[in-house]
Every structure is written in structure tokens, then in C-alpha cells.
Design a protein around this ligand. Structure first.
Ligand SMILES: [Zn+2]
Ligand SMILES: [Zn+2]
Length: 256
């Protein structure tokens, strides 16, 4: 009933206990999860992890917070995007919070990902932090709307959400929406059209209340759904069903 649209199951905290992670998902009615790649060096592990269970998917991409890794070419991304069960390009984007200085390489890398997504005809998984204006400008310039995608772990303003939705993008909420002090984000989750919303854990990071501070896992995406349901006066089943349908509409290479 719930789908975790963004997790990192190849990271050691989760990978070492994958059978438990999968069992916990089943117990929490979390039917599928998307394992997101953060550097080319990790892609084989991401793919192998996703291939261990029929309800796991993968992506290919290089995170903006990784300055010292293999710089991906368009061909690196497009060739890997053709492998099953790869359903998306990312995570990619801009992060001016974690890194500073001359970040031309970050913007160039982001453009390469958008071009690859268009060449592969697969949607984008975009990470943006303290860089909303440049992120949206590059998305426009490179025609990201042609393939669409998701603004993952969304923490930006309602105006940014609206601009992304106008480009055919979905907005994904993480455990941050369960945090007491996240008022603006909660307001965004309340106003968001349900047909544009996804949910995620970004595990092993960002465990939702009531597990805050622990190692996060896909099973706990149900708490994200619960928090959004409360904000919207809906049931968690309604949020689960709608976000699951959105997931398969966006990631059309994913088989239910
Ligand atoms: Zn991210
Ligand atoms: Zn991530």
C-alpha cells in the first residue's frame, strides 16, 4: 500500500541487514522501494541490491555532494539506464548548503544528467538544497519537463514546488514532514495536489517521528504517509494508494 520512492539500500547500515529490511517492509505494507544511486562507483552495488527482490528498483546518477568521484558522461548514464530494473536518472541536482566555492562542475554535472534523462527517456530524481533558483533555471534551460521526475526530500518553498509541478515534476516528502518544527513544509504538504505527491524515507537518513535519530529504513515510510494524512484530514490508506499510483505513473519502467 505504501512505496518508498527514495532509499539507499546499498549503504552498509541497511545492506548488512537486507533480509530484515525487506521483512519489515512487508510487515508495514510497504510494497516497493527505489534504491537510488549516488556515484558511478556504487552503481553495480545498487543494481545488485535491487535485483535481490522483485519489488526493488534502481536508478543511476551522481549526487551533487560528491566532488571527488568519477565524473559521469552522458554515455555512462544512458547505457546504465537501459538495464533492468533501472527506472530513473539521479540523484542529481544542486546543493549549495553542503558545498561552496566554485560549483560550476555541479551545474555542469546536473546538465549532463538532464540530457541523459532525455536521451534515455527516463524521469529525473532531483536533489536541491539552498539552490532552488539555479535548479529551476537549469531544469528549464535543459528541457527537464520533457521527461519529468521528482523533487526528492523536498524542503523548499511552495513557489518552488509550484514551479517544479509546472514542469511535470512530482514532489516527494520525507520524514522531515513529521518533525515538529517543519511548519512551512507541513503547509506545503497540506496544499499539494494529491496526484503530484510522492513519499520517501531517504534511508538510512532522516528517520521519521517516532524513530527520529535512528537508522531509517523503507518500512518507516508509513509514518510519513501517516503524518501527511493527519495534515490533510485524510486516511493513511488514501495517501498510500494515491502516492503508489503516482509512483507507477512517473516511473513507468517499474512493473508493479
Ligand atoms: Zn538527496
Ligand atoms: Zn538520497
Amino acid at each position: 500500500m505504501f512505496i518508498d520512492s527514495h532509499c539507499h539500500l546499498d549503504f552498509p547500515q541497511l545492506h548488512e541487514q537486507l533480509p530484515d529490511v525487506l521483512a519489515n517492509m512487508a510487515n508495514a505494507e510497504v510494497t516497493h522501494a527505489l534504491c537510488v544511486c549516488v556515484e558511478l562507483e556504487a552503481f553495480d552495488a545498487v543494481l545488485a541490491t535491487a535485483r535481490r527482490a522483485p519489488n526493488l528498483y534502481a536508478s543511476v546518477g551522481v549526487h551533487p555532494d560528491y566532488p571527488d568521484c568519477i565524473e559521469p558522461t552522458l554515455a555512462d548514464l544512458v547505457s546504465r539506464a537501459a538495464l533492468a530494473p533501472v527506472v530513473a536518472i539521479g540523484e542529481t541536482g544542486l546543493d549549495y548548503f553542503r558545498l561552496s566555492g566554485d560549483l560550476d562542475w555541479q551545474r555542469e554535472r546536473f546538465r549532463t544528467h538532464i540530457r541523459a534523462a532525455r536521451a534515455a527517456q527516463k524521469p529525473l530524481i532531483i536533489h536541491t538544497r539552498n539552490a532552488a533558483e539555479d535548479t529551476l533555471a537549469i531544469m528549464r534551460e535543459e528541457g527537464a519537463g520533457e521527461v519529468g521526475g521528482v523533487m526528492h526530500c523536498f524542503t523548499e518553498s511552495w513557489e518552488t514546488a509550484k514551479a517544479a509541478m509546472e514542469m511535470n515534476f512530482y514532489i516527494s516528502f520525507s520524514g522531515i514532514v513529521t518533525f515538529k518544527n517543519a511548519r512551512d513544509l507541513q503547509e506545503t504538504a497540506r496544499r499539494m495536489p494529491l496526484e503530484r505527491m510522492l513519499i520517501e524515507t531517504d534511508s538510512p537518513y532522516l528517520a521519521p517521528v517516532p524513530h527520529r535519530g535512528k537508522t531509517n529504513q523503507p518500512a518507516w515510510v508509513a509514518h510519513v504517509a501517516e503524518a501527511i494524512a493527519t495534515l490533510r484530514g485524510a486516511s493513511r490508506a488514501e495517501i498510500g494508494e494515491a502516492t503508489s499510483a503516482n509512483f507507477f505513473r512517473l516511473f513507468s519502467a517499474a512493473k508493479a
